[in-house]
Design a protein around this ligand. Structure first.
Ligand code: UDX
Length: 459
């Protein structure tokens, strides 16, 4: 009982605003709201705001819809289009898209929201005791101090550290597992301008996670911003590293990158995670964040050779697969006129997201070499159709895609492809040739039954 009262007291103390109801913002908002925290979400696009109010989630993510409906019903989550009042904690979760010119980030939304926050702060009667503005958007080191802070101070006429707090609290959410990642994060990173802001945020999370409170790193603003980029860049580096080992192994008879990854991954210092060789990383984070760190580094006059290599290995990995297809048809007219089944289009399984998906690069290259493509993905087909229209054949199932085709390539490791047996291919394909771009099949079993080639498999 005492526990409950303490929790309720803490609850009354902390109200939350989430500005920008994109993927990160809405997920964060509904997870907090579901747990009884009063959350107001701000979404500038009136149509999107209305949809959310009606309980619709504008993206695919397990659990978010259920949590949204529950918290709307419980009255703990409200959606507004204009910021009229600040809460104790104000999370800034607007997008920081890639700036096409140099791969840096576009801060338009961060700047405009900072100005809006400042304007609300100006009318001091609307102030809560000490609102803490928390940057959750991924921003390059120095942005919060040099961009967010001066804009809010100027628009508000108030001083950070005296009238309001400022912190950075990066998120590490994976698509398809975002809600779970919210409930069980590996760590919480708090970058603080002032101790009071850090304390407010840490207390809030302590209340939220109770006994499951993850380790907390408290530091300054710039280190917190850096931690987000360095985390993603490190994971991307692991992937490009194993892909470069895969490319060498592929040229070495008898070598197999899956076994090599297992062998090195057992070393505690290395770890097995993110050592799955394949066609590289895609999605809305890794490619953008690696490039943003490269651009930032160049601005800081350090030549980021390692990160350049990570990015370029990744960009090239689709071509490795296309080259494998070309080699298969060498001496037989090349891939021109051949029918190729492309299995998997999303950047990873369990999402319909095709942003920076390697499938797009592979499809473009194969089309330009004159191949006919039959594509299939359990959920991402409509997105690909919007981009490629009638230049592709859209199959209703994986079996329909491989029917009468000359070659099949696995581009995304969906579970349903893993279930296919060699005979499923053998019985349907014109020439049963498989390129396993994600190492989902047992190479011995498939190698015996049909022509089988795979990333990182030396033959
Ligand atoms: C990633 C980070 O994991 C997350 O912490 C961050 O906040 C956002 O970026 P996400 O983009 O959803 O999340 O996907 P993730 O599951 O990490 O995979 C990224 C890409 O790497 C996918 O294309 C995946 O296929 C690829 N990958 C991953 C590999 O090629 N090999 C691996 O071993 C792991």
């Amino acid at each position: 009982m005492k526990d409950l009262l303490t929790r309720q007291k803490a609850l009354q103390k902390s109200t939350v605003s989430v500005i920008g109801l994109g993927y990160v913002g809405l997920t964060t908002a509904v997870v907090f709201a579901k747990n009884g925290i009063p959350v107001v979400g701000y979404e500038i696009d009136p149509k999107r705001a209305q949809k959310i109010r009606e309980g619709a989630v504008p993206f695919e993510e397990p659990m978010v819809k259920e949590l949204l409906k529950e918290s709307l019903k419980a009255g703990t989550f409200k959606v507004d289009e204009k910021i009229s009042k600040l809460s104790d904690i104000v999370f800034l979760t607007v997008g920081t898209p890639s700036d096409k010119r140099d791969g840096g980030i576009d801060l338009t939304f961060v700047k405009s929201v900072s100005k809006m926050i400042g304007e609300v702060l100006r009318s001091s009667d609307k102030l809560v005791d000490y609102p803490v503005v928390v940057v959750k958007s991924t921003v390059v080191p120095g942005t919060t101090e040099n961009t967010v802070k001066p804009i809010i101070e100027e628009a508000s006429g108030k001083k950070v550290g005296c009238d309001f707090g400022l912190a950075v609290n990066p998120e590490f959410l994976k698509e398809g597992a975002a809600v779970q990642d919210m409930f069980e994060p590996d760590r919480i990173v708090i970058g603080e301008f002032d101790k009071r802001s850090g304390d407010t945020l840490e207390r809030f999370y302590q209340w939220f996670y109770e006994k499951k409170m993850p380790p907390v790193v408290r530091t300054n603003l710039v280190n917190a911003e850096f931690i987000k980029y360095a985390s993603n860049a490190f994971l991307a580096t692991k992937i490009s590293f194993i892909n470069s080992i895969a490319n060498i192994a592929q040229k070495t008879p008898g070598a197999d990158v899956s076994i090599i990854a297992e062998g090195i991954g057992l070393d505690n210092r290395i770890g097995r995670k993110f050592l799955n060789a394949g066609l590289g990383y895609g999605g809305s984070c890794f490619p953008k964040d690696v490039r943003a760190l490269i651009a930032f580094s160049k601005q800081a006059r350090y030549s980021p050779v390692l990160l350049d290599a990570v990015d370029s290995i990744n960009q090239n990995q689709g071509s490795v697969a296309v080259k494998m297809i070309d080699e298969v048809f060498e001496g037989n007219g090349g891939s021109k006129g051949k029918t190729i089944a492309v299995l998997g289009l999303a950047f990873k399984p369990n999402t319909d997201d095709i942003r920076e998906a390697v499938s797009i690069r592979i499809i473009k290259q194969l089309l330009s070499s004159g191949a006919k493509l039959k594509v299939y993905d359990p959920v991402a087909m409509p997105n690909v159709e919007m981009e490629f229209g009638n230049s592709l054949t859209y199959s209703k199932s994986s079996l329909e895609a491989i029917e009468d085709s000359d070659c099949a390539i696995i581009v995304t490791e969906w579970d349903e492809f893993k279930k296919l047996e060699p005979k499923d291919y053998f019985e349907r394909m014109k020439t049963p040739i498989i390129i396993d771009g994600r190492r989902i099949y047992d190479s011995e079993k498939f190698g015996k039954a049909l022509k089988f080639k795979a990333i990182g498999l030396g033959q």
